[in-house]
Ligand binder design. Structure first.
Ligand code: ZN
Length: 260
């Protein structure tokens, strides 16, 4: 019997990294206490693979459809209209993953901004929460979200790794929470100080971002949902609460945002 029960709110379970042993990965997740896995699409082909993987684990893996900022190219409008069609026929739990990423390149900056804003509007229209990826672009992202803030249903700022100022700025958006994963356990991470200083536990959800971001002591390996208990342990230490309390709060947050 697992000692904790938690939800992985961001896992690329459809990735080819899991192709050969997907059933074993999900089996280990269940045994570790993971009760649900939310699976984000990143582009048009992955909308298909995400749906396939979620059909394989009904009531356990849940799809989110969207266009990832790093996949935004000059044909983004066609891609978005195709994803939008699927949204109306598919039980997508959220719009994601969407956002802005200027870490590697600003080649498609304008396109990224427009594609993100379009998908923010989908969230307003459909009332589906946003699963947001943001790297080196917080100001630009906040500027877009502010235009819709009063009408947004909520969502997740996934893979948060910022400082206190950045955390406070994001938490000004009501019904939005920070997605926290393996980075919390990294030796040089400031998150163990930043989070308890300014982020109440009702504003956090757990995630792997698997296959990336494996927590210590698995750092560098392929990440998977069964590794989240290492994050829970570190978070409980940082907040000075029990692991059960971390799970209770974060599960409640997932229910509020994704299963209202
Ligand atoms: Zn992701």
């Amino acid at each position: 019997m697992p000692t904790v029960y938690y939800i992985d709110t961001h896992c690329h379970l459809d990735g080819e990294e899991f192709h050969d042993d997907l059933d074993a990965v999900v089996q280990r997740a269940r045994e570790a206490g993971c009760t649900k896995i939310l699976v984000p699409a990143i582009d048009l082909p992955s909308c298909q693979t995400v749906m396939e993987v979620c059909r394989r684990f009904p009531g356990y893996a849940y799809p989110m459809l969207g266009l990832h900022p790093e996949e935004v190219k000059s044909n983004w409008q066609e891609v978005l209209s195709s994803i939008n069609c699927q949204l109306s026929t598919v039980n997508s739990l959220a719009i994601g993953e969407v956002g802005l990423d200027f870490y590697w390149s600003r080649e498609f900056e304008k396109e990224q901004l427009e594609a993100f804003e379009e998908q923010v509007r989908w969230s307003v229209e459909t009332r589906l929460p946003l699963m947001i990826h943001c790297r080196k672009a917080q100001n630009e992202m906040v500027n877009i979200l502010k235009r819709y803030a009063r009408n947004l249903p909520g969502g997740v700022f996934h893979c948060f790794t910022g400082n206190e100022i950045e955390a406070r700025q994001l938490l000004e958006f009501e019904n939005f929470v920070l997605g926290i994963g393996g980075v919390l356990t990294f030796k040089k991470s400031h998150l163990p100080e930043v989070l308890p200083a300014c982020v109440p536990l009702d504003r956090i959800v757990l995630e792997t971002d698997a296959p990336y971001m494996a927590p210590v002591p698995m750092r560098g390996q392929r990440n998977e949902p069964a590794f989240i208990p290492h994050v829970i342990t570190r978070m409980a230490e940082a907040y000075g609460v029990t692991e059960e309390e971390i799970c209770r709060q974060t599960n409640e947050n997932v229910a509020r945002i994704f299963f209202p």
